[in-house]
Design a protein around this ligand. Sequence first.
Ligand SMILES: Cc1ncc(COP(=O)(O)O)c(C=O)c1O
Length: 363
Amino acid sequence: MSSASSAAVGPPPGMAVRLSSNESPFGPSPAAVEAATAALAEGHRYPDDQAVALRTALAEHLGVAVGEVSVGSGSAAILMDLIPEACRGGEGTAEVLAFERSFIVYRLAARNAQATYVEVPAGGPATLDADGYGRDVDELLARVTPNTRVVAVDNPGNPTGTHLTGEQLRSLVEGLPEHVTIVIDEAYHHFASGQRGYRTVAELGLEHPRLLSLQTFSKAYAIAGLRVGLVSGGADLVGAIDARRPRFNVTAPAQAAAIASLGDTEHLQRTISGTFEGRERMAAGLRELGVPFTDGLGNFLTLELGTESGPISEAYAAHGVGVRPLLPYDLPEQIRVSVGTPGEVDAFLEASRDVLAEVPSRG
Ligand SMILES: Cc1ncc(COP(=O)(O)O)c(C=O)c1O
């Protein structure tokens, strides 16, 4: 967490503080940088298409067989293979089921699969006393049809930050028929584990013949720019998804950096605790300002403005702080703000005192 590594992932020119993309502000592990740099010297060679060393390290890390894990150039790219694969065959138009305001790639991948994207209504916005966008497993189960091929759940969810508890996740998986492929997307699990009932698929030991969990090196491991995601589950299903992957799509520096990241548990722990601290300080500052927000378990908070987000985002930008408006998620009066370094959190809170002074949502 040196200032040098923070600078290395610094904001684009013109924006001093970039809190718009749920990246780790603490930068990659120095060991990952070193490993990727060494791999660059061999840049004339194609990477190992099967990523054997990385998959072996992951299999050990996850306690699964090597054939039960595959990697791709980010979990978003894996989803673009996974959802069409799971929608293949069968009679009738395939349906992909997800909660309202889930990670947008589920919708894009369903479109690629020529499937119908079915959204399950979720709860309303946060208030000063309660988080927003709660999800009801029974509501989702009630919408399963013989045409439902995929249920995709981001847990915690992006951009709302809401999560299913371990108990809720168990009843979801136990309630889904065997023909449905279940994708539990745990991109932010490092920031959530052990808190407020959250559990990963692996921690719960859940079983279902078509259960997949998706994770990424883009968040807590902080190599978003190198693009490495992973999927784990039954070997047949994982193999079929991997067969769709464009060959050689995880580069050698990316594979090397991912292996080194897995090994640097100290850096990971510093990133996780730095994120907790930043998230808590941001939450405390927003409470002081009387602005409702969902205090989610990801590396970001979702704010309720009570007014259109465009001018607010621009006002933040004028302070050099980049935040994320959420119009594509049908959330016109909300913004998502990623946790930054301590200095970036200070900058966000200082800007907020000015930008949010007059917003209607203040209690
Ligand atoms: C819920 C969720 N899943 C998956 C991803 C994709 O991550 P990547 O493609 O970088 O692995 C993101 C990125 O923001 C996300 O929020």
